[in-house]
Design a protein around this ligand. Structure first.
Ligand SMILES: *Cc1c(COP(=O)(O)O)cnc(C)c1O
Length: 438
């Protein structure tokens, strides 16, 4: 797989370097030079394959000989070891549950595959890989659990004190081994800034092998295509063929992966980008003007992004053709009030408890169906996290209905292991330079 930068279409980077660099020096994003189209026979018979089998075919088509077939198969089997089931709400509407991985959010797909690919490329005796990540909640848990116990890697997670949920915090802080958490007395932006300072620091760069695990890494994007193919496989088994996907979107990595799957030949009628008040993309789709804004805080906080990084990837896939993007991607936005109302409506009508992000995608399906009624389509909205990760949002009545997975009960027995730190780069740097090995 050869990659170019969205800021320089002449650049050529190999897959391994793109994984370790995360971002080109010109601050664009890596994209595949050619997007392979899968064999139509394979697509037509997706229903014959399991999720890991589909994942292997898709990854192999993209990566080519970057990882030998047998090794790739082993990596995929190890990384994609949980389900992504379609749960029917009615004859036409399905929730694609992406929260059955270890951190109970869809980011497990990206983080688990990325960690294993990095470990695979690290040769014995090479310098320890220091993975730095700032999190507002879900990324940290997925990255921590993705890298836990992975040889030759060490993860440092920065999170804002008092601004992540109890379960999110325990997922970050209770691991030990090669995972370290730092509780920053500041905001998510402060955490992100400290990480950026580390990447720019000459002494750190010479003494540590730093890499980033953020969501723009190409190795996180690829595995997110798998569950779109697998959703079609499940629909085919029900005799359904025409699908509309609604994706709760923040940084737009998830929907970018869906569009990549579409470019690889997956038959999709329509994508819907559903956002909270951070509506840069829906505004762009309405007005044609792309204007980023400072993010505002909402109940669906994993989508509080005012300048979605992955949007440039989507524009690149459509060759900057705004009309073509508008055809394929519809955009809708919802307030916190509408989100809470939707959570209650979904429960009343279907006896199903959705997390706030998921509820926003359901609202978008309702709005789209009113605008474009069709009896032949199936509507699949993506559930990006388990409701138990956001306990403060729900009324007591609904909270009582949430089935808390066994792994969360285990988590609650664990001890929090975090280093408290002020927003101070020198302290962070001293921490990173302190111990050589885990
Ligand atoms: C990260 C996240 C999102 C947003 O996904 P993007 O790929 O950034 O658009 C939505 N919901 C949840 C629960 C998340 O953790």
């Amino acid at each position: 797989m050869k990659l170019y930068s969205t800021n320089n279409h002449d650049l050529r980077m190999d897959f391994q370097s793109a994984v370790f660099n995360s971002m080109p020096e010109d601050k664009g994003l890596y994209m595949p030079v050619t997007i392979p189209v899968l064999d139509p026979e394979f697509i037509a018979h997706l229903d014959r394959y399991t999720l890991p089998e589909i994942a292997y075919e898709v990854a192999f088509a993209l990566l080519g000989d970057d990882i030998p077939a047998a090794d790739l198969k082993a990596i995929i089997t190890d990384a994609i070891n949980f389900e992504a089931p379609l749960h029917p709400l009615d004859e036409q509407t399905y929730v694609l549950e992406l929260f059955h991985g270890p951190s109970l959010a869809f980011k497990d797909f990206g983080a688990r595959l990325m960690s294993r690919i990095m470990a695979y490329f690290l040769k014995d005796g090479e310098q320890l890989l220091d993975v730095l990540v700032a999190t507002s909640g879900d990324t940290g848990g997925a990255v921590a659990l993705g890298f836990l116990g992975v040889a030759n890697t060490r993860v440092t997670i920065l999170y804002p004190k008092g601004k992540v949920s109890e379960i999110q915090e325990l997922q970050l802080c209770s691991n030990g081994q090669n995972i370290r958490a730092i509780e920053i007395d500041g905001t998510f932006d402060d955490c992100q800034h400290l990480v950026k300072q580390a990447f720019a620091d000459e002494e750190l760069k010479s003494k540590r092998r730093l890499t980033s695990a953020n969501s723009i890494n190409i190795a996180r994007l690829i595995p997110q295509t798998f569950y779109y193919f697998n959703a079609l496989a499940q629909l085919f088994r029900k005799g359904k063929r025409s699908v509309v996907f609604a994706v709760p979107s923040g940084n737009f990595g998830n929907i970018a992966a869906g569009l990549l799957a579409y470019r690889m030949g997956l038959p999709v009628k329509q994508f819907i980008a559903a956002t909270n008040a951070n509506d840069t993309v829906p505004r762009f789709l309405e007005t044609g003007v792309y204007e980023t804004r400072a993010s505002v805080q909402t109940y669906a906080n994993a989508m509080d992004v005012g300048a979605p990084s992955n949007w440039v990837r989507i524009m690149a896939m459509f060759k900057e053709d705004r009309a073509a993007v508008k055809e394929m991607v519809k955009g809708y936005r919802y307030s916190d009030g509408e989100t809470v109302q939707a959570i209650n409506d979904i429960f009343k009508r279907f006896n199903y408890v959705a997390c706030p992000h998921t509820a926003i995608a359901w609202l978008a399906v309702q709005e789209y169906q009113q605008q474009y009624p069709s009896a032949d389509d199936s509507f699949v909205f993506l559930s990006t996290a388990h409701a138990c990760k956001f306990p403060d949002i729900f009324s007591e009545e609904l909270a009582a209905q949430i089935t808390v997975p066994a792994q969360v009960e285990e988590l609650k027995k664990k001890e929090k292991l975090a280093t408290a730190m002020k927003v101070d780069f020198e302290s962070f740097k001293t921490f990173l330079l302190a111990a050589d090995r885990v």
